[in-house]
Write a protein that binds this ligand. Structure first.
Ligand code: GSH
Length: 151
């Protein structure tokens, strides 16, 4: 534990931990948003859930619930790689301003992606947000591989 805490002395690791936690919390919030739309729209995935509120016919799909679920899935596809690659990247001792730029671009892009997806904003708002996040992660992967490559 003490060696973990001493490695957290690195400003890059501390800022990575901060941004990774923020973006993972954002991703976790998508579950709460799904539940919110399920309850307010009376749309349930399972018979036992619908029975609990007294109507079996409430097992159905809804455009908004499915939209939030797709947004959550897209978060999983992008945020999990960011957390893994970002940790390895942080261990390559990049310059703090460069690392901050990557973390901020990624986290900002994921918030923009969620707002444009859930808000059904016209494209290319969602597509651009997605691309910025992918490029930030790809750039960190490039730096990591070019620093530590050992095959
Ligand atoms: N799994 C994604 C891969 C490509 C992707 O992530 N595209 C972004 C920008 S268009 C997106 O928001 N896709 C919608 C989604 O994943 O539901 C898909 O099926 O679209």
């Amino acid at each position: 534990m003490s060696s973990l805490l001493s490695s957290m002395d690195s400003d890059v690791l501390r800022s990575f931990s901060t941004y990774a936690t923020i973006v993972v919390l954002k991703m976790m919030f998508m579950s709460q948003l799904t539940s919110f739309f399920r309850l307010t729209k009376g749309v349930f995935a399972n018979v036992e859930d619908a029975r609990f509120v007294g109507d079996k016919k409430l097992v159905r799909t809804d455009l908004m619930v499915e939209r939030v679920r797709r947004c959550h899935l897209n978060d999983l596809e992008n945020i999990v790689p960011f957390v893994v690659i970002g940790l390895f990247y942080s261990l390559t001792q990049p310059a703090l301003p460069t690392a901050l730029l990557h973390f901020r671009l990624f986290v900002g892009s994921r918030f923009c992606h969620s707002v444009s997806y859930v808000g059904a904003l016209p494209q290319p708002s969602r597509g651009l947000s997605y691309i910025v996040g992918v490029l930030a992660t790809a750039s960190m992967a490039y730096r990591t591989l070019s620093t530590v490559l050992l095959l």
